[in-house]
Design a protein around this ligand. Structure first.
Ligand code: SAM
Length: 217
């Protein structure tokens, strides 16, 4: 895989587009400017890698739209050293952005084929989150609590397990809605039994499967 001047130029124009769409955090724009998104695409789709669109990655799943990645990451308020759980590893692109921000990343994927593929592929690029296979709608209790949790699939409601696995002061970003569209929620755990909720724009994600998602599917 080659990261040519042409690809770097396309990344710069993607970053410009994200800035125009309202992404302000320079660290996130720099990370998107750095991670070669075309490495995550199969050959036939490589020319589309720097469009601001979601694309298929096999197994009926997608690599999220760059704007969506940037938006969720910005709302997550990542600080260097944060311990972050990502639910929905998919291609691994979002995990790379979180690693570029200096986070310690735990990422869990439900689909075995994608889990195996991404677990082998990301370290070849020098990115080493901790990979897990399983139902992330129930979180990853073994390594809880987390400073931040990001869910990259659409949930019918906010899973209790995820709130329970947040540190006090921790933040969960999760799209919640039906199969057509979901509203982005930011949940902050303000106390042992207290949370605050903020709502943002609507997006369209693939469904969050599993016990606290839409079921086995
Ligand atoms: N973060 C990904 C990326 O950067 O490519 C985008 C992932 S895609 C939009 C959503 C992913 O969530 C899919 O790979 C899907 O298999 C996974 N998923 C769905 N339900 C899940 C669950 N309960 N636990 C873990 N992963 C799940």
């Amino acid at each position: 895989m080659e990261d040519s001047y042409k690809h770097k130029g396309m990344r710069r124009s993607l970053v410009r587009k994200l800035r125009e769409k309202g992404i302000r955090d320079k660290r996130i724009l720099d990370a998107i400017g750095k991670v070669p998104r075309h490495f995550f695409f199969e050959n036939a789709l490589i020319s589309h890698a720097y469009q601001d669109k979601a694309f298929p990655i096999g197994e009926g799943q997608t690599i999220s739209q760059p704007y969506t990645v940037a938006f969720q990451t910005e709302k997550l308020k990542v600080e260097p050293g944060n311990k972050i759980l990502e639910v929905g590893t998919g291609s691994g692109y979002q995990a790379c952005i979180l690693l570029e921000l200096g986070a310690e990343v735990y990422t869990i994927e439900y689909n075995k084929v994608l889990y195996e593929r991404t677990r082998k592929f990301l370290p070849l690029m020098g990115y080493r989150p901790k990979f897990f296979h399983g139902d992330g709608s129930r979180g990853l209790p073994r390594y809880a609590p987390y400073d931040r949790i990001i869910v990259t699939a659409g949930a019918p409601s906010v899973p209790n397990s995820l709130i329970e696995q947040l540190k006090i002061g921790g933040i969960l970003i999760i799209p919640v809605g039906d199969s057509e569209r979901q509203q982005m929620y930011r949940i902050t755990r303000t106390g042992e039994r207290q949370v605050s909720r903020e709502t943002f724009d609507y997006f369209s994600f693939v469904p969050l499967k599993g016990d606290e998602g839409w079921g086995k599917g």
